[in-house]
Design a protein. Structure first.
Length: 279
């Protein structure tokens, strides 16, 4: 059973700004370099990833004329994703200011997204990938808010990621609902899940390795040890991948069947009051 639409469920918060200054440490997670760069690597994916999601959904905007509530949620989704992209781009620029050389990886990443996937994958498959990746993000977001994943991290990073996670829960069904309306086949949904899984975890691993390889004194052996240590401290890859696959492969699946909006609203209430700002 899928709950009815709540027109006010998605609330863009464009007034927020998350500030990272020169005092922000290179190793900001208490679990060490592995955990720090696993999450830094994910941060590096967000700006282009969010733009890809918006473009994939926007392709079908003109086919939502008979679904005004969904169209309104799509517009709010665009605003939230645009804000996420800008805030995480600012964080990437901070990493570069700390001495990390990211231009090579970022150029390769953009070639994958904009030089291969976007021009050569048909629009329904791009939308199916977006719906699947939004599901993974929602699973990860719930764990972020309930398991204290960032409790051992720097407060500035904790606030950025938890805000992002809460808004991801708010709009977790938008891409899926567009897919269900314009191309509802199960085979397409599974194809999008398969391609999205390969893209997400492959690019995430490559980003994390790119960062770890630039840490003084870490050869390839050290990189692998740090990745394993980070994974043991927080086995997010297993938790998110396994749970996400089990849920999404169920033929009757819909994101709103799992009601966790209260988690997002409890966290975001502090930002929804007049004059509220990020710390």
């Amino acid at each position: 059973m899928v709950p009815p639409y709540d027109p006010g469920r998605i609330r863009p918060r464009t007034h927020l700004k998350f500030t990272f200054d020169a005092s922000f440490p290179r190793q900001w997670h208490h679990n060490g370099l592995g955990s720090t760069h696993l999450w830094n690597g994910l941060n590096m994916l967000f700006p282009q990833g969010e733009r890809f999601f918006v473009r994939s959904v926007n392709h079908y905007l003109d086919r939502l004329g008979d679904a005004p509530e969904l169209r309104a949620q799509v517009k709010a989704f665009f605003t939230q994703e645009g804000k996420h992209a800008r805030e995480h781009q600012a964080y990437i620029e901070l990493l570069e200011s700390q001495g990390y050389k990211l231009s090579g990886y970022m150029a390769a990443y953009q070639r994958v997204v904009w030089g291969f996937i976007d021009p050569y994958f048909p629009p329904p498959l791009r939308l199916a990938m977006t719906a699947a990746l939004e599901h993974y993000t929602a699973v990860m977001s719930e764990q972020t808010l309930t398991l204290g994943v960032f409790a051992d991290g720097h407060p500035a990073m904790q606030q950025l990621i938890e805000w992002h996670a809460a808004e991801e829960i708010e709009h977790k069904s938008v891409a899926f609902d567009v897919l269900r309306k314009v191309a509802p086949g199960y085979a397409l949904r599974v194809a999008g899940l398969f391609m999205g899984t390969l893209s997400l975890f492959g690019l995430w691993l490559a980003a994390s390795v790119t960062l770890l390889r630039q840490e003084p004194g870490l050869g390839w052996g050290g990189v692998l040890r740090e990745l394993w240590r980070g994974h043991k401290k927080d086995p997010v890859l297993v938790r998110v991948l396994w749970k996400g696959l089990k849920q999404y492969l169920r033929p009757s699946f819909h994101p709103l069947q799992h009601d966790n909006l209260h988690l997002a609203r409890a966290y975001l209430a502090r930002f929804d009051e007049p004059g509220a700002e990020a710390a």
